[in-house]
Design a protein around this ligand. Structure first.
Ligand code: GLC
Ligand code: CA
Length: 540
């Protein structure tokens, strides 16, 4: 496999609105990120993926872009962004941006022009029809995917909120606009791109095809050729799909992306009814284990995996995969299980200190457009979920769980700012779960993450963790996830008890040296009694 500069890097996702508020207006900002670069360096991360920081009315918190080449004033200025890029670079940290190609904001100049008349050159930038087609297709954020525009007597298509009109990729001008936007940021020294819902840019509305349309890959390859493919950057596609579809995006010879996110594990708590995540079901860790193995076996020999358990669209991993009764142990077990697989690790802000989901008192405490859309569809209109059940589902699955302010210390507003009311509530647990406190506690989740990033980059083991062959051991074991990484004669074993029960287990090989574990134990004997969420990484 050809080696790339980013193969051994950790990517850290920042949700700028919630990371650090430097000017005390209640909203996180770019200067706040700059303040924390030394913290991030010390954590051991190399690339910062920032969710959209472009001009936006923030209906979907930046995923509704009104100008692809300017900075949202809520977050700062272009000078701030330039400073962030250069200050990060001084610390050998690079910036990954979030490219939202599928849709823009209805406040974008293109859309404002488009609704002036059918003859306006921008009208064909969007998907207008005289009547909604395939009306049964619902918007991801609830309600119809078609919105009426009186001045035109036409409807436009929006996969997401009505303030996020889909761009018409059948119009070659759109490809050009997106290419220009990407090239603008490439020239500024951005070193990575995450492509938002990119599987949707081949849609064929009239045929009822929304994801994975026939022209999808042709379009991605063209974007590659005319923009980011000319730069030595790292790319990841947000592409909801299966293993086969992941391969199509990531086989190196296809010149599309370096990797995609697979959501099979993180979305396995969604039931398959029309309510999706709003009638969640319990996690099945054996299914997750099988899925991780499937992607390791399926992608690694040919392309590359993205390793993640959290992002800004999901709840916290302790709530999903672990247990609040074993907050520390399970947080460490999850990290061990996932981040020693082969691929690029992504850590979502706050995950490294074990932030958890937040219990909101009332609907109005939520901000997310998705929550209100689902509430309207299921609780108000269809009345097939009660208010109480809906609030409980939100506690488990709402995206705001991961968007609440970062917990820096035990001062007012958890140190997110100096006291102005933040845009979302602070979690009550901030007195114990915060950076300041955890830095001092050698046994903290944060210190475990710091050990983990250092171990994966330790020159003695780095090649094995980066390029070593992955092989699952005891595949049928439904409680314990064991796997081997092997490279040029070096063998490292990872063993994780995925459950809160004690389990007896025989290690597959003798322990030569423990590299990382989450209980203070030695392993002289191969016959073990694993404690709840016990995790061990050892050299054979
Ligand atoms: C992606 C983003 C999500 C956003 C949606 C529409 O799934 O991650 O936050 O709401 O696309 O852009
Ligand atoms: Ca601010």
């Amino acid at each position: 496999m050809e080696r790339k500069w980013w193969h051994d890097k950790f990517i850290y996702q920042i949700y700028p609105k919630s990371f650090k508020d430097s000017n005390n207006d209640g909203i996180g900002d770019i200067k706040g990120i700059i303040e924390k670069l030394d913290y991030l360096k010390d954590l051991g991360v190399d690339i910062l993926w920032l969710t959209p920081f472009f001009t936006s009315p923030m209906v979907d918190n930046g995923y509704d872009i009104a100008d692809y080449c300017d900075i949202n004033p809520l977050f700062g200025t272009m000078a701030d962004m330039d400073l962030l890029i250069s200050e990060a670079k001084k610390r050998e940290i690079y910036i990954m941006m979030d490219m939202v190609a599928n849709h823009c904001s209805n406040k974008h100049r293109w859309f404002q022009e488009a609704i002036k008349s059918k003859d306006n050159p921008y009208h064909d930038y969007f998907i207008f029809r005289d009547k909604p087609v395939h009306e049964e297709h619902r918007s991801c954020f609830g309600g119809s995917a078609w919105e009426y525009v009186e001045s035109l007597n036409q409807y436009y298509f929006h996969e997401f909120a009505k303030e996020q009109p889909d761009l018409n990729f059948d119009n070659p001008k759109i490809m050009e606009e997106i290419e220009n936007a990407i090239n603008f940021w490439m020239k500024k020294g951005i070193k990575g791109i995450r492509f938002d819902v990119i599987h949707m840019i081949g849609k064929q509305i009239d045929n009822g095809i929304y994801g994975y349309g026939p022209k999808l890959h042709e379009r991605v390859q063209e974007l590659y050729k005319t923009s980011y493919g000319n730069y030595d950057i790292v790319t990841v596609g947000e592409a909801w799909g299966n293993l086969e579809q992941a391969l199509d995006f990531t086989l190196p010879e296809r010149n599309e992306f370096n990797m995609v996110f697979q959501f099979e594990c993180t979305s396995s708590t969604n039931d398959n009814s029309k309510h999706g995540k709003f009638t969640p079901k319990p996690i099945d860790m054996k299914f997750c284990k099988d899925t991780w193995i499937k992607y390791q076996d399926g992608l690694n020999k040919k392309s590359w995996n993205a390793l993640f358990v959290e992002n800004h669209d999901l709840g916290r991993c302790i709530n999903r995969f672990g247990s609040l009764d074993y907050q520390k142990e399970s947080a460490k077990a999850i990290a061990t299980m996932v981040y020693f697989q082969k691929g690029t690790p992504y850590i979502y802000q706050g995950q490294e200190i074990g932030m958890t989901n937040i219990r909101m008192d009332k609907l109005e405490d939520y901000n997310d457009v998705e929550v209100y859309g689902a509430y309207n569809d299921f609780v108000v209109k269809a009345k097939d979920i009660t208010y109480e059940d809906f609030m409980d589902a939100c506690y488990k699955e709402a995206r705001d769980n991961n968007r609440i302010p970062f917990q820096w210390d035990d001062s007012v507003n958890a140190g997110f700012n100096k006291g102005k009311k933040p845009w979302l509530k602070i979690n009550n647990n901030y007195k114990e779960v915060n950076v300041k406190y955890e830095l001092k506690d050698p046994d903290s989740i944060l210190n475990f993450y710091k050990k983990l990033t250092r171990l994966r980059k330790n020159p003695l083991y780095k090649d094995t963790f980066t390029y070593g062959v992955f092989e699952a051991i005891d595949k049928d074991n439904k409680d314990i996830f064991t796997y081997k990484r092997e490279f040029e004669g070096q063998t490292i074993i990872i063993v994780v008890n995925m459950k809160k029960d004690k389990i007896s287990y025989k290690l597959p090989y003798k322990v030569n040296k423990v590299l990382l574990n989450n209980y203070n134990k030695e392993y002289k004997n191969q016959e073990l009694n694993l404690d709840p969420y016990e995790a061990i990484v050892y050299l054979v």
